[in-house]
Design a protein. Structure first.
Length: 159
């Protein structure tokens, strides 16, 4: 009985495909407008703030993100975005790797032996703002590490 009821409720099976993106997202105007406003500086060629979408499964987080990015892509040709499915890439390393792979910056990265800090540095070198999740216990330690790395780079360029 439940199966018959569900089959009558779902009129378009494409909506169950993780790659499906509707032409219009209803009842999420506030969320789309907020995400758009956070990302608007990127359209204008400026750094934007980071955005973290959170909530229970099935509430439309991925749909809103992909829909909003699709609209931003339509308004600018120079926008580079990367999609990471955290159900597939669930470790910090794999998320960083997926982003860098989308930027074609993983040729010399070995998944088994490259330290995660190298990936963070590579992202930073690509112009990606500081990644909000890092392997350090707190932001102060992370900033100290970034300063040491910057000093090391400057010294190696001088020699």
């Amino acid at each position: 009985m439940i199966v018959a009821l569900v089959s009558r409720m779902i009129t378009d099976a494409r909506v169950l495909d993780p790659e499906f993106l509707p032409n219009d997202v209803v009842q999420r105007d506030a969320e789309i407008n907020l995400l758009s406003s956070v990302l608007r500086p990127a359209v204008e060629g400026n750094p934007s703030d980071s955005a973290v979408l959170h909530g229970p499964s099935g509430t439309g987080k991925t749909c809103i993100a992909q829909y909003t990015l699709d609209k931003l892509h339509q308004s600018t040709l120079e926008l580079n975005t990367q999609y990471v499915n955290c159900w597939e890439d669930h470790s910090h390393f794999s998320v960083l790797y997926r982003i860098l792979d989308g930027l074609d910056k993983t040729l010399d990265i070995h998944r088994q032996s490259t330290p995660q800090e190298v990936l963070l540095d590579r992202l930073h070198d690509c112009g990606v703002p500081d990644y909000p999740y890092h392997p350090f216990p707190d932001q102060r330690t992370y900033q100290k590490y970034r300063q040491i790395r910057q000093n090391h780079r400057e010294q190696s360029h001088q020699n």
